[in-house]
Design a protein around this ligand. Sequence first.
Ligand code: HEM
Ligand SMILES: [Cu+2]
Length: 640
Amino acid sequence: MTIPFFGGTLFVPSDVVAAWGLTIILGILMAIYVWRKQKLPLIWSYMRTTNHRKIGTLYVLFGVLFFLRAGIDALLIRLQLAKPHSEFWVFQQDKYNELFTTHGTMMIFFVAMPLLIGLMNIAVPLQIGARDLAFPFLNSVSFWLFLAGAILFNMSFFFNSAPNAGWTGYAPLSTDTFTPDVGNDYYVFSLQISGLGTIFTAINMIVTIIRHRAPGMKLTRMPLFPWSALITSFLILVAFPVLSIGLYLLMFDRMFGTGFFSGEVGSPVFWQHLFWIFGHPEVYILALPAFGIFSDIISTFSKKRIFGYPAMVLSLALIGFLGFMVWAHHMFTVGLGPMANTFFAITTMLIAVPTGIKVFNWLFTMRGGVIRITAPMLFSLGFIPTFVMGGVTGVMLSVAAANFQYHDTHFVVAHFHYTIIGSTILGIFAGLYYWYPKITGKVLDETLGKWHFWLFLIGFHMTFLPMHITGLQGMPRRVYTYSYGDSLFTLNLISTIGAFIMGSSMLFVAWNVYKTHKYGKKVGNDPWNGRTLEWTVESPSQENTFHPMPVVKEMDPYWYAKVEGRTLASTTNVRPAPIAVETIKPLLIAVSMSIMSLGMIYSWYWMAILGGISTFALFIIRSETDERKKDYWEEAKSDE
Ligand code: HEM
Ligand SMILES: [Cu+2]
């Protein structure tokens, strides 16, 4: 669509026009709803909250919102690939590149990460007997930084400059020589901002889990989800700064004419190293929390303690450690040489060992157990074979010589969707069904949950199983079309139909949430007959839980207390809890940083400086106000 604009003409693609139109209409409808139902005070209180459950809920809400966007991207990709020589209406110019870039980037950073972090926020403090995260203020800063990054990223589409160099932002394509438009600046700054928030969360989680466990809850008695959160946080702490550095250098290349990743002295391979030193651990940052969720759920619904607890913890740690030794398996075809390729092939294959141990331990946990097939359990059961299949193709990919054949084909696309959806997404669904009572006080409808599960799983395998074959037949990834002669049509059509089945399963979630909200009954503390501490507190969990504090004498303390018909011992002599405050400052920090980033993206330096000054000022103001000041004294005394 071309629009006359001050004498010139403006070209606006029709999908962007549609997006603006839709957003304005939805915005107006939402404003009316908020006004009519008088929800403003509620929104205002959530904008200032520092409570872990509320922040966790916000993460989940926005994660789901971005899932919708990234999911629609996926459906558009699949529509385009449904038949050869397709000319789908949104495919003006190089839209396909933008679509797979926004799909991949959003799914990883603005869907999988926030949903997992949201679940950690909701469940981890309750599971370890902490009243909140160690730094509630910082927690809220993390959330708003994530949201600021995500909104920034999405804004790019509305100005018809979505990033288009893939979620990996490979140089030299992502440098200003080849993509001079601001699209990839949006990529750089939105990941930078939200990444900062993620690093803060990691610090927060580590301190919370190390410092704020209930009395008697030794690390060796801690449930596996907090364990996975702890190890994941260490991975984040090492991996995300590397991404930040990479993005920082890319920013210099794009905006200030340096040549880190191209030219005489720079090299695109430097970017690949930096990116994958972050990027491979990132895969485990997504997978490990899901492992933790499955462990807790499988144990609960098998009525058995998790099998091989020490081995489970050790293999979590080992996977985390090995995750840092394998990044170059993404670079087999770059030409690092046979020695390097062999080293990275072997370390990659080694990861299969601890992963295999975990799979067997889940199976042994179920063996001889009293199994209840509930929605969360179904997702956990669906995870095991799906993830194992992804693992098998992973080992195939790690054979460096064979990798030359698979590299950058749909085989890889099939592989990583099996692992990421098999672990993270199924884990998120399982966790959401499982902890829904702790979030809202109601249990989601089981029948609709099962519909969701089956449609999703069947649709999933229909979508991605054929991609193994199209990939082996040589269908390249990130290429927007193919021809009839390639004999790829039927398999691609099946994939597309599968994707729509998968998409339709989400309608059951929407219906379920609506139905539960409308007709669901409030449930008590312990709707699943659970084993761990989160089931001893109210549903939904209140601010300031655990008064008095339970004393933990074994693993799964709540379960053994129930079995032996006693109540958990408790004490009031505990370390002072983190102090929740209501404050708008975290949101303001995020807004200032967005203003700074927008200024940088469009080289409006006055605006960048303004945003920078206001960020800095807020830091100063914050450092002058510390709600814990008087409690430091008490804590110092109690530590003596
Ligand atoms: C809902 C169902 C999904 C469908 C139908 C789908 C489909 C696809 C397809 C066809 C591609 C390849 C595009 C191309 O190479 O031309 C792709 C890429 C990708 N997908 Fe998905 N996907 C789905 C869900 C997810 C999820 C849940 C995640 C992660 C949490 C994810 C992460 C990625 C990533 C990282 C890429 C690579 C993008 C790139 O090449 O830069 N996808 N997806
Ligand atoms: Cu990897």
